[in-house]
Design a protein. Structure first.
Length: 233
């Protein structure tokens, strides 16, 4: 009986793993089918495992977003050759002392919010790096990002750095349970985006707000829980 129960537990575990795998793939494909083709999905994989990320590769996902350099390093190395099938985005705040390590993994740094960090990335870079300027569109004291009125000046200053290329803006809108509350911030971002020439990407909208963000002009969304399920800390 003991062995039977043990084997039953293994069987249930295997079924659970299969269901989880299909759930992640189905979630991604469902979102992909529901949004315009020109909108890029960055799967926000903070606290998620390399195995979960590999399932997304099977589903056709091409872009992964990570908040922390060390966590990204672990997953990148665990994925091995598969890691190079993905475009890696740093979507969390970058500390100066992590710039060199970040450049070994990330293809895009979405969270540049000062000339100081831009200069450090430029100093460490061995080739041209794609960066986005992070905008604190809600003027929240607890969040990173430059004020909207300072964005143009920062972009002009970064343009003088030979190893950096600013191609987009990124924002994290103020939290609200109602995604409609975010529209005012998305609209402000779209106006700012349109005022600045030669930018390609407007990265805004997350699991709870990506539909509203797309309707207001986003062409890149960062989605975590809607793909992976709720995080378990």
């Amino acid at each position: 009986m003991k062995n039977a129960r043990s084997m039953g537990g293994v069987f249930i575990c295997l079924i659970s793993l299969k269901i989880d795998k299909m759930s992640i793939i189905q979630n991604y494909l469902k979102i992909r089918s529901e949004i315009p083709d020109h909108v890029k999905i960055v799967a926000a994989s903070k606290t998620r495992s390399a195995k979960e990320i590999s399932k997304l590769i099977d589903a056709g996902c091409t872009d992964i977003g990570e908040n922390y350099v060390q966590e990204a390093e672990e997953k990148y190395h665990e994925l091995g050759k598969d890691a190079k099938k993905l475009r890696w985005h740093l979507i969390g705040h970058l500390q100066k002392n992590k710039a060199k390590r970040a450049l070994e993994i990330f293809d895009v740094i979405q969270s540049v919010d000062s000339l100081e960090i831009a200069k450090e990335i430029n100093r460490r870079a061995q080739k041209q790096v794609v960066v986005y300027v992070e905008v604190n569109i809600g003027d929240e004291k607890t969040k990173s990002g430059v004020k909207p009125g300072e964005v143009k000046n920062l972009i002009e200053e970064i343009a003088q750095l030979e190893n950096l290329r600013v191609t987009g803006l990124m924002t994290i809108e103020p939290y609200s349970k109602n995604p409609e509350d975010s529209r005012i911030y998305f609209r402000k971002m779209k106006i700012l985006f349109d005022e600045i020439q030669n930018l390609k990407t407007l990265s805004m909208g997350m699991s709870g707000s990506y539909k509203a963000a797309i309707e207001e002009g986003s062409n890149m969304v960062r989605i975590g829980s809607k793909i992976f399920g709720q995080r378990e800390y």
